[in-house]
Every structure is written in C-alpha cells, then in structure tokens.
Design a protein around this ligand. Sequence first.
Ligand code: SAH
Length: 243
Amino acid sequence: MSGAVIIVGLGPGDAAKVTPEVTAALAEATDVVGYIPYVARVAPREGLTLHPSDNRVELDRATHALEMAAAGARVVVVSSGDPGVFAMASAVFEALEARPDLAHVPITVLPGITAMLAAAAAAGAPLGHDFCAINLSDNLKPFDLVERRLRLAAQADFAMGFYNPRSKSRPHQFARVLQILREECEPGRLVIFARAVSTPEQAIRVVRLIDATEDMADMRTVVLIGNSATRRVGDYVYTPRSA
Ligand code: SAH
C-alpha cells in the first residue's frame, strides 16, 4: 500500500461516537500520530506504531506525519472531536505549505463529532439556529482578537460555543470573557457548561449569565451560550428555529 496521511477526528470521547470510516482508517494504519491523550484512545495492535507527542508541537508532529507517509507509511493523525475544529487538520496543511517537497503525499480529512455539537445534543438544541465557535486560547492569536470577535458575535446575537475556555496558564481570561458577555447580553441569558461530554465524567450545568463564574469552566469544558431567544422547556435548553 502506498503512503498517505489520513487526518481523523475521534469524537468527544465515547467509542460509539467514532465514525465507521475513522475506525476503518485506524484498522489500516501503520502509524498513529497525535497528542498523548488522543493517541491513548487508539488500541495498540501488531503492525501499528503509536507516536504520542506533547501538546504545542503540532507543526513538528504534522511534518513528521507527512515525512513518514512520503516514505510509504499509512499515517493516521488523530484529534479529538473534529480534526478541522481547532485541531490537527490545519496544522498538517500549514506544514505542507512549508515543505513543497512533500506536496505529492495524498491527504484525506475524515470528520468527527465536535465537542460543541455533542454538548448541544446533551443539553437539548441550544444551537438550533445561527451560531459560531470561538477558541478562547491566545496561544496562537492575540487575546484582543478573541475579545473583538466575542463582542461582535454577541452583538449579532449568535449562539456561541467556546473552546479552550480556561487553563492553568491562562486562569483569568475567562473572567474577562464573562465580563464582555455581561456588557453585551441580558443577565438571564442561558449559559451551558458542558464538561467531559460523552465520557463517564460528563457534567452539564445550565446557569443564567449573571450567575456564571469563571471557576465553572476548565480545559475539559466547552461552554455554550444561547442567543436572546434561547430558553428552557422542561429539563432541556433550546433555540427556536425562527430566531
Ligand atoms: N478538535 C476538538 C477541539 C480541540 S480544542 C473538537 O472538535 O472537539 C480542545 C477543547 O475542546 C477543550 O478545551 C474543550 O473546550 C473542548 N472539548 C473537547 N472534548 C470535549 C468534551 N468531551 N467535553 C467538553 N469539551 C470538550
């Protein structure tokens, strides 16, 4: 079999949420590349070499995958959720841009269930109308840009999903995010803190914006905020299709 890179999303955690085409790609792989906890979700087997690497080395990891594929390996690059959402797919294309000598390597991207959609399903249908996704990490972009997009999205009355809301290295930015939301949205706006969705530790907490505090989020949480029409019905949260 000739070399290729297949970039896959493993979904939010539950094995039942891994798509059949991703399972098939993993079954044919000679090598799996990715961040340590994601590679740990792939069952070891004979003929498969696992290459776990640390966070923040995405470009090195992507280049390594392309080089192995150029040498004939069938390399699966794993991300959690969807590989195109704040994950490895863009990193592979960025690496490719820097290495024209690897342009002949075939690349396939296989989608997965991203955290915000799994979280929305667990809560009801809070993303039932127009929505957007914002990565709150300023690892790769200035926090000014995060603030600007957040404020404009709130003014446009989008429902939103926030990835990477809070980490040990950025403990206070999420408080600033909540402050901006309070400036732009009414106090009763519904906020969903969805932690470890589709794992045994799943916890879904729905609060009003005025009651939301920064400690409700960590790196295993995706935060959803409804638009101005989002409401509760029974135990569920939904956004009507008309707003
Ligand atoms: N590619 C991934 C996102 C990677 S960024 C995807 O499509 O889901 C990592 C962030 O995703 C985390 O900080 C968290 O905000 C979110 N996330 C990933 N898996 C999650 C899960 N099972 N439950 C809640 N949030 C999750």
